[in-house]
Design a protein around this ligand. Structure first.
Ligand code: PLP
Length: 494
């Protein structure tokens, strides 16, 4: 099945109407054909709302119907409307994949999987046996697990975990072997939100001969296609990877992942079009062979969720920077980690890799921020950069209070204590015991995942409510709980 068959079916009806119109109007010069519904030169939100959501040619439905059928009728053997069996493709997954490809700047084709983890596994499997991968060292725990505990055993995959923040160019180049097939980077890392000089690293990899250079994959889950466009300059990666479970779907009700590959002209410019074509064919083959695909309803939900991605990402960013500034000024907080803060070590890297549509939003935000006066205007150079904020609880200079983070997490009213991120509702967690609990303690410590580290996924509730929630939980967790327990004790004794 080729997704283009479906697309052309949808569009051809529109053209028929236009043709009719032309014959009724001028006798000599036919009117130009009606433009197609949406295309990749439209703005980010336009693409999110329209690509993949073409009106139904059958009923005129503005929202694509959910096609739950597992199989599709053929008018003769092998003659069908582009769909045979739902594992290979169904109309909703096709809509979603086209939208995802259209949403990613320079995107060509997308493939959706049953989870972000299934996406990662399939990409690594596509490398075949005996390959070597260079991965950022504090990669998502599930990716680390798959590389070091599954692919290593099942396909002999070797992975070198590199600290791209501190590695010199020589060290990076020296870690590349003849069988290095892939460079795997996350933007930013989880939960310490490190942002190595990604554009510099990818340009270093691009300086290698195109025929032999490893592919570059960026797991851009934390930023979504709104803040960063991995397939375009200055990153120019070969694969953009997302856990759709997070921001793209955005409502904490779908588990899904996707990979997006560059369009033909981008791959041509990168000098590896044949490799990208072959990789897409291999990934599509594995997608069908494994069957780890999203169902029609989930694809429909994710398509709907992505329509508001831009609105949500802007609000997540505006609220996150406000909360980060609040935490920065708070006496019961030791450290705030948010790449949009001017003091974050990856701040320049963040500014450099902003997607053009995000840059426009950020520039407008900075102008408005600069117009503020007095106390309202806080850090110079800050800007919104996603919705994830991490912080270390406690007074600067005092010994870590091991229980403070856990107390904070049980005291919040609006921040729900839960894993995951990227939904409209705010979440908070303790990486040391939750998302990163399976990493050996020494490694966890080396990565800065300490017992006082709290990770927040800042939702799109009213920011004043979120700040008030954090404020009350902070003061209770660090100092209030003692007096509370005293007063409880005293009331007990009455
Ligand atoms: C950065 C990153 N990549 C991939 C994944 C895996 O995604 P999923 O949970 O959809 O399998 C996650 C999940 O938290 C993640 O944070």
């Amino acid at each position: 099945m080729s997704p283009s068959i479906v697309q052309s079916n949808g569009h051809s009806n529109g053209h028929t109407a236009t043709n009719g119109h032309a014959t009724n109007g001028s006798q000599s010069t036919p009117l130009p054909a009606k433009p197609t519904h949406a295309n990749t030169s439209d703005g980010f939100s336009t693409r999110a709302i329209h690509i993949g959501s073409e009106h139904s040619s059958e009923t005129g439905a503005v929202i694509p119907p959910i096609s739950l059928s597992t199989t599709y009728a053929q008018s003769a053997v092998g003659v069908h409307k582009g769909f045979e069996y739902t594992r290979s493709l169904n109309p909703n997954r096709d809509s979603l994949e086209r939208m995802l490809a259209g949403l990613e700047t320079n995107g060509g084709k997308a493939l959706a999987f049953a989870s972000g983890s299934a996406t990662t596994a399939t990409i690594l499997q596509a490398l075949g046996t005996g390959a070597h991968v260079l991965s950022i060292n504090d990669v998502y725990g599930g990716t680390f697990r798959y590389m070091s505990k599954v692919a290593s055993q099942l396909q002999g995959l070797e992975t070198t975990f590199v600290d791209f923040d501190s590695a010199t160019d020589e060290e990076v180049l020296a870690s590349i072997r003849p069988n290095t097939k892939l460079i795997w980077i996350e933007t930013p890392t989880n939960p310490t939100l490190r942002l190595p000089p990604i554009a510099h690293i990818t340009s270093l990899i691009h300086s290698l001969p195109a025929a032999s250079r490893p592919l570059i994959a960026i797991d851009s889950t934390f930023l979504s296609p709104f803040y960063v466009s991995p397939l375009s300059a200055p990153i120019s990666a070969d694969l953009a990877v997302h856990s759709i479970t997070k921001y793209i779907n955005g409502h904490s009700d779908v588990l899904m992942g996707a990979v997006i590959l560059p369009n033909a002209s981008t791959a041509e410019a990168n000098g590896n079009k044949d490799t990208i074509d072959a990789l897409y064919a291999r990934l599509q083959f594995l997608q069908n062979a494994h069957g780890a695909v999203p169902g029609a309803f989930d694809a429909w939900l994710a398509l709907r969720g992505a329509k508001t991605l831009s609105l949500r990402m802007k609000e997540h960013g505006r609220s996150a920077i406000k909360l980060a500034r609040f935490l920065l000024a708070h006496p019961l907080v030791k450290e705030v980690i948010y790449p949009g803060l001017a003091e974050h070590p990856g701040h320049n890297s963040a500014a450099k890799i902003l997607a053009p549509h995000a840059r426009k939003f950020v520039d407008e935000w900075v102008l408005a921020d600069e117009a503020k006066e007095g106390n309202e205007r806080k850090g110079k150079g800050d800007f919104p950069f996603g919705g994830m904020v991490s912080f270390r609880i406690g007074r600067a200079g005092e010994l870590a209070d091991e229980g403070a983070a856990e107390r904070f997490l049980t005291r919040t009213r609006l921040f729900t204590l839960a894993e995951s991120l990227g939904g409209v509702e705010s979440l908070a967690e303790l990486p040391e015991k939750m998302t990163h609990g399976s990493i050996p303690p020494a490694e966890r410590l080396a990565l800065g995942i300490t017992p006082d580290l709290v990770r927040l996924s800042v939702g799109v509730e009213d920011i004043d409510d979120l700040i008030a929630d954090v404020e009350q939980a902070l003061s209770w967790a660090v100092e209030g709980w003692n007096s509370t327990s005293t007063s409880v004790a005293s009331s007990d004794s009455e």
